[in-house]
Design a protein around this ligand. Structure first.
Ligand code: ADP
Length: 334
């Protein structure tokens, strides 16, 4: 089972990599981040220096990794990719930093999950392009300073508030990625259709875009599932019929809620009477990590007006009850 799953993951990753826009001009939507980033890059080019360190925040699948790669591409430089969970010791980070080349981009995904000791090493590296490598143990240990070439750190996190202030402050620029509009997702899909040599209708693409949770990664994934359906059961064309039928098969509802979104809402309404309920309690009841509920499901549910966060906990809105086909509890009570 594990083997099949990782093979499926590999296929998804390869498909994703193939569709990644290469330059800033191909990056759809997020006009503010695009404008800000292009200023940072142009200024650095004009001064002939490595651009400031960049922090990108936002829910998964909105383009953080893609932007990191675009930064490297626009700088004509290489990119080194790692992630917070992979950096568990300061030594892991020292090894990466000391092998960087002049002007390279270092991308650390989920940077908020890096080990504390590595984080402190990163402060110095970001500020002075230097690390202190500790040699030996106990009282005899010495710190050997090691010069690093100028590099640009691109950190990604689901929420910038998860980062300790000293780390956050060392980024010259923070870009917040927001969920995409249906129109922008349609542009993403049109581009994918072209690149994959598919045939699609506008109504078909609009249907997919509207059910993609505001997320390009999901839009591209659903597009491939709809194509499967179109090829096997339909006319071969990604049209409205294919989109509706395939999305039904994959249990994506009209608002694009996925299984986790729905189970969070169902719990909130059915078990907790609409709340308020604390994040941890809610997470336990859907058998998920609190971080996953908070960083993956919640931002979208809040944006869609299905859930709100209050000081006393999470509550389901009237629209949430209606979306689940239930009678809002306060109306029940009169
Ligand atoms: P994140 O790192 O935020 O989880 P990614 O950068 O890996 O997200 O994006 C996932 C996929 O979505 C990419 O492979 C890319 O094909 C697509 N994508 C993301 N943002 C955009 C965008 N603005 N324009 C076009 N495609 C995008």
């Amino acid at each position: 089972e594990r083997l099949t799953r990782s093979t499926a993951d590999d296929v998804e990753r390869a498909a994703e990599a193939a569709l990644r826009p290469k330059g800033l001009a191909d990056f759809v939507g997020q006009p503010q981040v695009r404008e800000q980033l292009s200023l940072v890059l142009d200024a650095a080019a004009a001064r002939n220096r490595a651009p400031d360190h960049v922090l990108l925040s936002g829910p998964p699948g909105l383009g953080k990794t893609t932007l990191a790669m675009i930064i490297a591409h626009e700088m004509n430089s290489q990119i080194r990719v790692t992630s917070g969970p992979a950096v568990q010791h300061a030594g892991d980070l020292a090894a990466i930093l000391s092998s960087l080349e002049d002007g390279e981009v270092l991308f650390i995904d989920e940077i908020h999950r890096m080990a504390r000791a590595a984080e402190e090493m990163l402060y110095l590296a970001m500020e002075d392009y230097r690390v202190d490598v500790i040699v030996g143990k106990g009282p005899g240990a010495t710190a050997i300073p090691l010069e690093l070439p100028p590099f640009t750190l691109v950190g990604a996190t689901t929420r910038s508030g998860l980062l300790p202030a000293p780390l956050r402050d060392r980024f010259g620029f923070t870009g917040h990625l927001d969920f995409y509009s249906i129109e922008d997702l349609q542009i993403v899909l049109r581009r994918s259709v072209r690149m994959l040599g598919m045939e699609a209708t506008e109504t078909g693409l609009r249907e997919i875009a509207g059910r993609s949770r505001g997320t390009p990664r999901i839009a591209n994934r659903l597009l491939r599932r709809v194509r499967d359906w179109a090829q096997v059961r339909g006319s071969g064309i990604v049209d409205l019929t294919a989109a509706r039928a395939a999305l039904e098969v994959y249990e994506v509802d009209e608002k694009g809620l996925d299984r986790l979104d729905r189970s969070v809402l169902e719990m909130l309404c059915r078990r907790f009477n609409g709340g308020p309920v604390g994040l941890n309690t809610l997470a336990v009841s859907v058998a998920e990590e609190p971080e996953t509920v908070e960083e993956v499901a919640e931002p979208f549910l809040v944006r869609e007006g299905l859930m709100s966060r209050t000081p006393r906990g999470r509550i389901a809105t009237r629209d949430a009850w209606l979306h689940l086909g239930l009678t809002p509890v306060d109306e029940d009570r009169g």
